[in-house]
Design a binder for this molecule. Structure first.
Ligand SMILES: [Zn+2]
Length: 462
């Protein structure tokens, strides 16, 4: 099944640590057998073997997007959420519209969000979904896993939620759905039994991911969630220190730094990842490094909301696992991993100087780093025996003319990627910049109707 030879790529990045680039002299041909990478080198087609022409293209491992909120695909550019930082943005966009996300809205948002990611070369999507509880009226886990399966993406549900609602300056909208700890644990158990696959080559995983450690549960509940997740063999994820508000809150409540407080509640270690971690002190960076805790770095969202720039180089040097996520499209306006990496490449240089951020290191973080943080150790690298999750970037575009070094061109040149092919476990999910069998005009029409309906309902309730 799915056996073929990818032949003649201009360069190949293996996804391993910096500078792990192969050129045609070393052999950039890749043989895929049974959904796995079987051979790499200068290879000759076997009789009857299908050959994919990779000339004038570069081959990367598929991106692993480690933090997203797919429901926000239908909440881009909400005008009341423009020009404000995290808290008023949360109130104006996800908290105002979240309770209005019904099954049709989530289906459309998840399908188009995953489609956009596939078209940027992303093959694994970890979605932090937190609309669970009374009044939801559908099974979000089934909708999300269903959308991923229909498009062939590898999918990790970062199963969010809250046992208490957050209050805002003006509570003139519907409360966000929430549930008791018992309900949350029962639902998590049910979801894990239905969808979670153990092991490093899983197509589906479930991670325990209360929306925030401070505001979504009580401290005792947080600790219980960590213990339960570890008993069940599930990872842990949450938001942390996206803004100074987290740091102030922890200082006022407990006279502690956020990472240290989380560590005291057993939320630290190689099975834990946090989105953002923009505001860390040296002690927190060292603790993340010692414990090999992971960060989902979301530079575009942090830029869009004016949150700051996460100290990813320091985290990496300390030993933490750095990964990359696009975050929800309501604070990004897109879900494009290539865009995210181009932005990261520029932002860290703007702040720290031209030496700060090699493109090769970003490729490593967004492939191998992300896969390791999600427990997918058979994913994220081009090496013999690994899952054949691959993205072949076509360089036949004016943007790539004149490049002396082609291996990193998709990152350094920016702009939308031109995907000749994308495979997940050897299965073709993108061909010549489109998703085979995907009725894009139909989905776009449905998205327009969903946006109209959300605008009407949010307007009525405002
Ligand atoms: Zn987020």
């Amino acid at each position: 099944m799915h056996d073929f030879l990818i032949q003649g790529a201009s360069a190949l990045h293996t996804g391993e640590a910096t500078q792990a680039i192969r050129t045609p002299a070393q052999g950039t041909d890749v043989r895929v057998c049974g959904g796995l990478i079987a051979e790499i080198g200068s290879l000759t087609p076997e009789p009857g073997e299908a050959v994919v022409d990779a000339r004038d293209a570069v081959l990367y491992p598929g991106w692993v997007n480690t933090h997203h909120h797919l429901f926000q695909t239908v909440l881009k550019n909400v005008s009341s959420g423009q020009g404000v930082p995290l808290m008023p943005w949360l109130e104006a966009v996800p908290y105002r519209h979240g309770p209005l996300i019904d099954e049709e809205a989530l289906t459309v948002a998840a399908t188009l969000g995953i489609a956009e990611l596939l078209l940027s070369g992303c093959t694994t999507v970890a979605d932090h979904h937190y609309l669970f509880g009374q009044g939801v009226g559908h099974d979000p886990a089934a909708v999300l896993f269903g959308a991923a399966e229909s498009l062939g993406a590898r999918f990790v549900l970062l199963r969010g939620g809250a046992t208490r609602t957050r209050s805002f300056a003006s509570d003139d909208h519907l409360p966000m759905p929430h549930e008791s700890l018992d309900q949350m644990l029962r639902a998590l158990d049910d979801t894990a039994r239905r969808f979670h696959q153990p092991g490093g080559a899983a197509m589906r995983k479930v991670v325990v991911a209360p929306t925030t450690p401070f505001y979504s549960t009580t401290p005792g509940e947080l600790r219980e969630l960590a213990r339960t997740a570890r008993q069940w063999g599930l990872g842990l994820h949450s938001h942390l220190s996206e803004t100074q508000d987290y740091v102030r809150f922890a200082a006022e409540q407990w006279r502690m730094r956020p990472v240290h407080w989380c560590a005291e509640h057993e939320w630290i270690g190689p099975d834990v990842s946090y989105a953002h971690m923009v505001h860390l002190d040296e002690g927190e960076i060292a603790l993340c490094g010692q414990t090999r805790t992971a960060i989902a770095h979301c530079p575009q969202s942090n830029g869009r909301l004016g949150s700051g720039v996460a100290p990813v180089q320091s985290l990496h040097e300390a030993g933490a696992v750095v990964t990359v996520g696009v975050d929800g499209a309501a604070s990004n306006e897109a879900a494009d991993m290539l865009n995210e990496l181009h932005a990261a490449w520029l932002i860290h240089r703007a702040v720290k100087g031209a030496h700060a951020q090699p493109a090769e290191q970003l490729i490593h973080w967004a492939t191998d780093g992300g896969a390791r943080a999600l427990g997918l150790d058979r994913v994220g690298r081009i090496a013999v025996g690994m899952q054949a999750d691959l993205a072949l970037y076509d360089l036949n575009h004016p943007r790539y003319a004149g490049h002396h070094e082609l291996a990193t061109a998709p990152i350094t040149a920016g702009g939308g990627g031109h995907l000749r092919r994308v495979w997940v476990a050897g299965r073709e999910v993108v061909r010549d910049g489109a998703i085979p069998g995907f009725d894009l005009p139909m989905w776009l029409a449905r998205a327009r109707r969903v946006v109209q309906r959300l605008q009407q309902r949010a307007g009525v309730l405002a």
